[in-house]
Design a binder for this molecule. Structure first.
Ligand code: UD1
Length: 421
């Protein structure tokens, strides 16, 4: 397994090109199952989760081809299997996103039930509840969700909690259902808006995306479309936390600041000076960060996917920050590793109290999940001496060439390739 070696202390200067959003690309790739025509996508990030999704789609018969960098075409004219096997679902929970499209277009799907994962239990009961309300017969057998429906029927569905992939699955099911579906308590994340915009280009009739009430009038069939994936707001936020912790002056290109309000507010509170244009963000930091407390909630509030990174910034801040994680029950695994670097953090249930110290000290640490890994990189950039981050395959699931982008702006960071054997 590869590892990263960082020598901390360098200030960051220069430009970073932000990639397309992983969490928008994953449902959009699965939306290719909704039509026999070709989808032409651009700004698709090159990530492990994307190649896993392409593998999953390929074994169903979907053909995909990379063109120019970040351009991908997908065609699902000859789907031969309606099954998502355990081997792929266990490595990526978002595989559940094939359930809605398969059921809507082919009337049948067999998707392995994802297990728990490092950050929490993450059940898919709401996906099942919604599809059942649309007339699907669903049973769980031998670890698979087995779903059948002649043609899904529009329904009013109110999920018990706000769920991102749940909203996406139900949206993709509803576009081909008979009649009107209303999704109440829908998630409002920009990645859902991006998916809805693609579906509309494919011929779907959708209103209210980006709000908590999405209205979908089902159509008989969808056609091909061209679409550019929205910028990754979490990657952009991660680089801004890095400059907040290490100091310097960076400009992010191809970013989407209008999707990042809560994160930009908190960074400014921490002392990072932020300037934005329509698709760029400049972050400039010349002082020790100030402690900033925050609570994670659904969009447009502060995202759980940025909690670990802003916590890393708080470990070296002036003051004490109280951080509440309200989305996942077990998303503080980076805390133990940050403590190995000297951080002063107390956890009580879903709240962490971070007392800032003047400087972290480099150590050998272990990445435990995707965003936890990013927080360790940020800590390593600001720490004195050398930090070794092991098990960085998590990072490769969601960040495109992170160490290359960081080196371009002056970080001392190396990947050590290790043979799996
Ligand atoms: C998505 C994102 C992930 C992000 C998360 C929250 C993708 C591929 N992943 O994950 O990066 O951290 O949103 O912003 O887009 N829940 C249930 N039953 C369900 C569905 C969800 O109990 O059927 C619970 C979950 O356990 C969790 C909460 O609802 O506590 C929110 O989860 P959800 O929004 O569904 O997260 P994901 O879509 O899996």
């Amino acid at each position: 397994m590869d590892k990263l070696i960082i020598t901390g202390g360098n200030r960051l200067h220069g430009e970073v090109v932000i990639s397309g959003a992983k969490n928008a690309a994953l449902p959009i790739l699965c939306a290719s199952l909704l039509t026999a025509d070709t989808l032409h996508l651009s700004n698709v990030p090159s990530l492990k989760d994307i190649s896993t999704t392409l593998k999953l789609l390929a074994q169903m018969g979907v053909q995909s081809q990379w063109g120019n960098p970040a351009e991908l075409t997908l065609n699902a004219a000859n789907v031969t299997s309606l099954e998502a096997p355990y081997e792929l679902v266990k490595t990526m929970r978002a595989s559940i996103l094939v359930l809605g499209p398969l059921l809507a277009r082919f009337g049948e799907a067999r998707v392995s039930l994802p297990g728990g994962c490092a950050i929490g239990q993450r059940p898919v009961d709401q996906h099942i509840k919604g599809l059942t309300a649309m007339g699907a017969e669903i049973r769980i057998e031998h670890g698979f969700v087995i779903a059948r429906a002649k043609r899904l029927k529009g329904a009013t569905i109110r999920t018990d909690m706000v769920t991102v992939t749940g909203t996406e699955n139900l949206l993709m099911a509803a576009v081909l259902a008979e009649g009107r579906t209303i999704l109440e308590n829908a998630a409002r994340e920009p990645e859902i808006t991006d998916l809805a915009e693609l579906l509309i280009k494919m011929g779907a009739r959708i209103q209210g995306h980006g709000t908590d009430r999405i209205i979908i009038d089902g159509v008989e069939r969808l056609h091909g479309a061209k679409h550019r994936i929205v910028a990754d707001r979490i990657e952009a936020g991660t680089f801004l936390c890095a400059v907040g912790a290490a100091g310097g002056d960076i400009t992010l290109r191809h970013a989407a600041p209008d999707t990042m309000g809560a994160v930009l507010d908190k960074l400014q509170e921490a002392g990072v000076s932020i300037e934005c244009g329509p698709d760029w963000i400049r972050g400039h930091m010349n002082q020790r960060p100030k402690a900033v407390g925050f609570r994670t909630y659904e969009y447009p509030a502060f995202p759980t996917d940025m909690q670990a990174q802003l916590m890393a910034l708080n470990t070296i801040a002036d003051g004490t920050a109280v951080i509440a994680e309200n989305i996942f029950e077990n998303r503080f695994m980076h805390v133990q590793e940050l403590r190995r670097m000297g951080a002063n953090i107390d956890i009580d249930g879903h709240t962490a109290v971070v007392k800032g110290i003047p400087e972290l000290s480099g150590a050998t640490v272990m990445a435990t999940d995707l965003r936890a890994s990013a927080s360790l990189v940020i800590a390593g950039l600001a720490a004195s001496g050398q930090t070794t981050i092991e098990r960085i395959y998590h990072l490769d699931r969601g960040y495109e060439h992170m160490e290359v982008k960081l080196r371009q702006i002056g970080a001392d960071i190396q990947r050590i390739k290790q043979d799996p054997a």
